[in-house]
Design a binder for this molecule. Structure first.
Ligand code: SF4
Length: 396
């Protein structure tokens, strides 16, 4: 079976007030039960995610969220999770009860989607109970598609799926290495198999680089750190590009002659999943760190931490020793990226291989809105090892 990770799927986020029939609609869309459906307002708490194949578009993740009008202390937390889901959405379906008119909360969310340039459509639910003509006139004024459905008798569901297939923005993914390579070029991937390496497999950016090289009919050589010199010596022509695990950058930059372009998987990820230029800006803040400053290390997934883990152990150790400052470090994982970053002086983010580009861009934007510099693992590691000019050279 061809397994596609959630990071490679477009995220369709369903939002709407409590009890507009959002969960029934999403279950009808998915063709199976993925949300708890109840007549009690506010049944959905954390966003619920379901991967599916949306034909003819392809692999997507459906995200069901709590009501945008949720109340109370818990309600506020749910709404904040809904906001996070919206900011990382590739497409939003805004579910509205067909029998009512827009209220102030719905109008606020519509403005928010428009101002943040998030692609969306309105979905009228419960059309079996009638359609409010004034509502249609109001919605048409936003010049956004309005789709009519009833989850009770499945009316409009098939048409909704077909329209959404066409409406999802078809953003071109930024590759890791394929745009550097032509048919017959040699690429060398440096993959250290040390105690920090996962058992029995190689990690996602390495797999992706390998696959892109194979797709482009480039010749790929995969070596460990100690084999670089020997491998280079056996080649009749130098590699077009050498890509290394960031943690080995000091040794690799010594062993790979200066004239051969060299970068790291993590820097390629910064370009593919985020915005390299914005993540590079964060580097300038490292020298400005002072005693008592707070740094947030953010990992996008909740993987099992290895001994001498890069995010939890090595980067904190290197950062303290490099800056010679008494820095406070917090670590968050998965979807726990804080909305309020104002107490931090710097955010250090992982390569983000397990989340979508949209989600990583929204994390970068959040840091920008808070006025906090952000950098990723590969850039900070290369910086602390004095290798930044070398590893960025392939991009200038
Ligand atoms: S921590 Fe980040 S880079 Fe590492 S595996 Fe998880 S998502 Fe990928």
């Amino acid at each position: 079976m061809n397994k596609v990770s959630n990071a490679e799927r477009k995220h369709i986020v369903f939002i709407g007030k409590r009890n507009v029939g959002k969960s029934s609609l999403i279950n009808a869309f998915a063709g199976q039960e993925m949300s708890i459906v109840s007549n009690t307002a506010g049944t959905t708490t954390d966003p619920v995610r379901k991967a599916m194949e949306l034909l003819p578009f392809g692999p997507v993740v459906l995200v069901d969220t709590a009501g945008i009008d949720d109340i109370g202390e818990l309600g506020e937390k749910r709404v904040s999770k809904t906001m996070k889901a919206i900011s990382s959405a590739d497409f939003v379906l805004f579910v509205i009860d067909a029998t009512e008119c827009l209220d102030e909360i719905e109008k606020k969310y519509i403005s928010n989607l428009i101002n943040n340039k998030i692609a969306f459509a309105f979905v009228l639910s419960k059309i079996d109970l009638g359609i409010n003509k004034n509502l249609i006139a109001e919605l048409n004024s936003f010049k956004v598609p309005v789709l009519e459905t009833s989850a009770i008798n499945s009316e409009g569901i098939h048409q909704l799926k077909e329209r959404v297939s066409k409406l999802i923005p078809d953003e071109v993914d930024i590759p890791l290495v394929s745009d550097f390579l032509e048919k017959g070029d040699i690429i060398m991937l440096v993959v250290p198999i040390d105690p920090g390496a996962p058992k029995g497999r190689i990690i996602k950016p390495q797999v992706q680089a390998l696959r892109e090289a194979l797709d482009g009919n480039a010749i790929t050589i995969v070596v460990q750190t100690d084999e670089i010199k020997e491998a280079l010596g056996k080649l009749k022509e130098p590699p077009k590009l050498v890509v290394t695990d960031s943690q080995a950058i000091a040794k690799v930059s010594e062993d790979v002659p200066e004239e051969i372009p060299l970068t790291t998987f993590s820097i390629l990820m910064a370009r593919s999943k985020g915005e390299l230029s914005k993540l590079m800006n964060g580097i300038n803040e490292i020298d400005k760190l002072n005693d008592g400053d707070r740094v947030l290390i953010s990992e996008a997934c909740t993987h099992h931490a290895q001994k001498d883990d890069i995010g939890r152990v090595k980067i904190p150790r290197w950062l303290k020793s490099f800056s010679k400052k008494n820095i406070e470090i917090d670590i968050v994982a998965g979807r726990d990226y804080p909305e309020d970053l104002s107490k931090y002086n710097l955010v250090i983010h992982c390569g983000a291989c397990m989340i979508t580009r949209t989600e990583m861009l929204s994390r970068i934007k959040q840091a920008e809105l808070n006025g906090i510099p952000i950098v990723n693992y590969g850039l900070i590691i290369s910086f602390m090892h004095g290798a930044i000019p070398r590893v960025l050279k392939p991009f200038v």
